[in-house]
Design a protein around this ligand. Structure first.
Ligand SMILES: [Zn+2]
Length: 516
């Protein structure tokens, strides 16, 4: 089964957008006076607690961790939120099948996710769990605010319901005979009296927001998809309660229904920002890091984040997130990953076998984040070996061996070079140019460009060391020749150090070892 590519999206995008849309070259960060990042709130999706984490959960989490580590290096006060979406019929059914209570199931799965994040060196400040008491209070307040705005009403509804999607399907989401396109299972005809959210009321405002903020949804090529959804012919409300399960947050004032998982889960982005001593109110969340600067999500949940979520926030009088950065699908050896194909990449053994930095380096440093990305063991191993082990690792090894043999310990920090000589040194020049380039690349979510710009220092040093061959010069009887070699080593060691610092958001352990 060939993987669905992004080319269709891109073609649609070009047609729909035309030359009118301003090209976005960077995300907008909050700056401090020195030009660094002042603060950043970045989120991953809240993962559905229905099964163990897969590589598709690790991918956006690595990206969010990279950008949050970068922001911290830049001096920023960072709120990095990841976590779990723990309600819904599907979870209740899975728990039943395992002879567990839903709470036991989600506790155990939340533990699996946290275990993986530890192994992957993910440094999140917040871990959202939608079964927590404060979260329930926040959701209830949100419901009340939307109700007060006149945006919640009750309606009898009949439609084709997919338990996998936990949603009624539109005609374009089903194949013949009401089979869900995603789950390949026949949807059930259900009739329920549900509460609805007046999404239709926000159609023009949402359209306006998309037009006024060309960097709201990134990459820009995907904005056209949202504009298609926002076509006036598609205008509709959405159901925000379920009577078919009791595993959820009860609708305030109506215990016969629970709040729809998406209405519930999206608020985890806010509730998880609260400190233990904080009252559970939406206004307090505004003091703790909301609005988010960046939601990192997969393109499969774009509809919830680009339509439902902003409309809910507008209804409640809350500020919108600044950017939604979407990534593509991951494939394995060019094929769609799936249980039926038996080609799922399991993240835990991958990290255990190769180490966190190798996995982080590949998924952040080698795949272009907005596009679909492919994982194959061969290219994974080759890229990590050639770029991290050979370019950086061997260079460091070489320099350290020569330094240990030939320099007194500890060696002073004084520069042995004359200023003019230094200015002309290729490694010095590369190291001087790299930081700005790396920063700019991180700030536009172009992590491969950031790692390449950092590694360019090592590339230059590797070429240079073969020209100056310091190990030969160090054997010379002539003190001046030996001094020359020591100066070379000093500059190259400093180049390696700067390279390691710049790579630290992607490869924190390797960088830490280099600095040691
Ligand atoms: Zn489905």
């Amino acid at each position: 089964e060939p993987a669905q590519s992004d080319q269709d999206d891109a073609a649609v995008a070009e047609e729909a957008q035309g030359p009118r849309r301003k090209k976005v070259s960077s995300l907008r960060f909050n700056r401090s006076e020195n030009g660094g990042i002042k603060n950043l709130t970045v989120t991953t999706p809240l993962f559905y607690a229905n099964g163990a984490p897969h590589i598709g959960s690790a991918y956006p989490t690595i990206a969010a961790d990279v950008v949050s580590r970068y922001a911290q290096m830049s001096g920023g006060d960072v709120h990095f939120v990841t976590g779990m979406d723990e309600h819904g019929e599907k979870i209740a059914k899975t728990a039943e099948g395992k002879d567990m209570t839903p709470q036991q199931l989600v506790d155990s799965i939340a533990g699996d996710f946290q275990g993986l994040w530890d192994k992957l060196n993910i440094r999140n400040q917040h871990f959202a769990r939608t079964t927590q008491p404060k979260h329930r209070e926040i959701v209830a307040e949100m419901w009340q605010r939307c109700l007060d705005s006149g945006d919640i009403y009750k309606k009898d509804y009949e439609g084709w319901y997919c338990v996998g999607c936990e949603a009624y399907l539109d005609a374009d989401e089903m194949e013949d005979d009401h089979v869900c396109k995603i789950h390949r299972k026949k949807a059930e005809l259900r009739r329920e009296e549900n509460y609805f959210f007046r999404l239709s009321k926000y159609w023009e405002k949402l359209t306006q927001h998309m037009e006024d903020n060309p960097d709201f949804l990134l990459p820009q090529s995907r904005a056209s998809q949202v504009m298609v959804w926002l076509d006036k012919d598609n205008k509709r409300d959405f159901s925000i309660s379920r009577a078919s399960t009791d595993w959820g947050i009860p609708v305030p004032g109506d215990d016969s229904q629970v709040i729809y998982v998406w209405f519930d889960a999206l608020l985890g982005y806010l509730s998880s920002l609260l400190r233990p001593e904080d009252p559970a109110t939406l206004d307090t969340c505004l003091k703790r890091g909301w609005p988010a600067d960046i939601h990192v999500i997969g393109k499969d949940i774009m509809r919830f984040h680009a339509l439902y979520w902003p409309a809910m926030l507008m209804s409640a009088g809350l500020p919108l997130p600044k950017h939604i950065v979407t990534h593509g699908f991951l494939t394995k050896d060019g094929l769609k990953m799936g249980k039926s194909l038996g080609n799922v990449v399991e993240p835990v053994p991958l990290v255990e076998n190769f180490g966190a930095d190798a996995v982080r380096f590949f998924f952040a440093g080698c795949l272009s984040f907005g596009q679909d990305g492919d994982f194959a063991y061969e290219s994974f191993i080759n890229q990590v070996n050639s770029e991290l082990a050979n370019e950086l690792g061997n260079l460091l090894q070489r320099i350290l061996t020569l330094c240990r043999k030939n320099l007194p310990e500890p060696s002073g920090p004084d520069c042995l070079y004359e200023e003019a000589e230094l200015q002309a040194h290729p490694v010095y020049r590369a190291a001087l140019a790299a930081p700005a380039e790396v920063a700019a690349a991180f700030e536009r979510f172009d992590f491969p460009a950031a790692t390449q710009a950092a590694l360019r220092i090592a590339n230059v040093a590797n070429a240079h060391i073969m020209v100056v061959v310091p190990w030969k010069k160090l054997k010379s009887e002539d003190e001046q020749v030996r001094g020359e070699a020591l100066r070379e080593l000093q500059v190259m060691a400093e180049g390696v150090r700067i390279c390691a610092v710049l790579l630290a958001p992607v490869t924190p352990s390797v960088s830490g070892k280099v600095l040691e």
